[in-house]
Design a protein around this ligand. Structure first.
Ligand code: PGA
Length: 215
């Protein structure tokens, strides 16, 4: 099975997301693409909308982050518990969170523990994945120089790095992320990755649909 994760980051407003979902529903087959799992990770405030609009479609829904805190008087936090029944997956440790929002080792480990506790499957983005314990659904190898830069790592080099990573941490799936587009997606899968994590090319629904088909 191939996996394509679409990370919307904080790019779309509510109305834009509604339009995205309407357009995606027009271009993407309801029954999905054979042997390909699509995981859409919209903003937390768009998760319910995504679930409603794509009900009946063969897509899964993930969050882009969760709080490192389980529950309590923490205004504004999106907890793992608050996402159960809404999302199946969660991206943890994305480089943008590590760089800009103090997601360091302890926090990331706390988030993995909470995701495991509340049945959210973890898509871990980490340059040192061997440091973490817990159940990891997918490990995304994302060289920071490749994220959002338009300069992806070559599939061959990325696959070599992935082989080393595989020896240090067990995940069910290994993904590549960083400037993947509809023409390059297949070469990452052919090089040995189970799939990709996509940022920018998620934002146009027809481009994203095509990217999924090309995986
Ligand atoms: P990009 O983002 O596809 O825009 O490089 C990937 C990511 O942030 O994981």
């Amino acid at each position: 099975m191939k996996i394509v994760v679409g990370n919307f980051k904080a790019e779309l407003g509510y109305t834009e997301m509604k339009q995205w979902l309407d357009d995606f529903a027009q271009t993407f087959p309801k029954e999905g693409i054979p042997d390909t799992k699509v995981i859409l990770c919209p903003s937390a405030s768009h998760i319910y909308l995504t679930k409603e609009k794509l009900s009946g479609y063969a897509v899964s829904i993930g969050a882009q982050n969760i709080s490192h805190i389980e529950k309590g008087t923490y205004t504004g936090e999106v907890t793992a518990a608050s996402l159960t029944d809404l999302a199946e997956f969660v991206i943890i440790g994305h480089s943008e969170r590590r760089r800009l929002f103090q997601d360091r080792f302890d926090r990331i480990q706390d988030k993995i523990d909470l995701a495991n506790k509340y049945d959210l499957s973890v898509i871990l983005c980490s340059e040192e994945p061997e440091r973490y314990r817990g159940m990891i659904y997918a490990l995304a190898y994302e060289p920071s120089s490749a994220i959002g830069s338009g300069h992806p790592m070559t599939p061959e080099d990325a696959a070599k790095d992935m082989e080393k990573i595989k020896m240090s941490i067990h995940a069910s799936y290994y993904l590549y992320g960083g400037s993947v587009d509809k023409t390059s997606v297949h070469s990452y899968c052919a090089a040995g990755f189970h799939g990709v994590l996509v940022g920018k090319k998620t934002l146009d629904p027809s481009v994203f649909s095509e990217l999924v088909k090309n995986a």
